[in-house]
Design a binder for this molecule. Sequence first.
Ligand code: CDP
Length: 211
Amino acid sequence: MKKIMLLTLLAKRRAGAEKVRVTMRGLAEELGTSPQSVLRLLDELEGEGLIKKEIVGRKTWVALSEDGLRFLEGLCDSISEAIYNGLILGEVVSGIGEGAYYVRQYAPLIREYLGFDPYPGTLNLKVLFPKVVFDALCGVRPVILPGFVKEGRTFGDVRAYRVIIGGVEGAIVVPSRTIHPPKIAEIVAPVNLREKLGLRDGSRVRVRVVK
Ligand code: CDP
């Protein structure tokens, strides 16, 4: 852990771009450890080929090796994959009462493309994690509910992402034209989720995106 933190710290100090001068004391303070430990960790990182170290007189210079950079990049990718793995954490909020109308219009398409009769309305979630809801949806292929015209009104395409919320299968629906900022996820489901899961405004829920 400390080793990874030290490597990250060196990268922050731009040791990925060039040789930078470091002091054991400075690194130790930032890592919350002793200068002796930093020296040992630097030796280990060097032994693993992740950094190059040069001591000139009393000065120490450090640079990340190519392997060191790749190691950090790989770690970053694995962490992103792990935490954005189709998880959304949200807080139940009320909308402006328009959900029911729209869900009724799209109900035949939801039945046809998603396979359930939707409860008329959308459960609105303020997305708390990830920072941007699309991070949890990236790499997931949406089901497209094709737009249509009804009684002279145009209803646009809607992207639907299958999800499971409290054991109930539903979908996050993203209209092609939406007044919501992407901080709100709208969920359609076959049942009233507030009733079924005992949710109120402010309740926190976890949603699993089906891949
Ligand atoms: O007023 P708002 O836009 O939030 O609601 P709506 O879309 O008209 O939906 C009516 C009510 O049912 C709201 O309280 C929604 O949160 C809730 N709802 C639900 O619990 N489960 C669903 N599958 C859909 C809506």
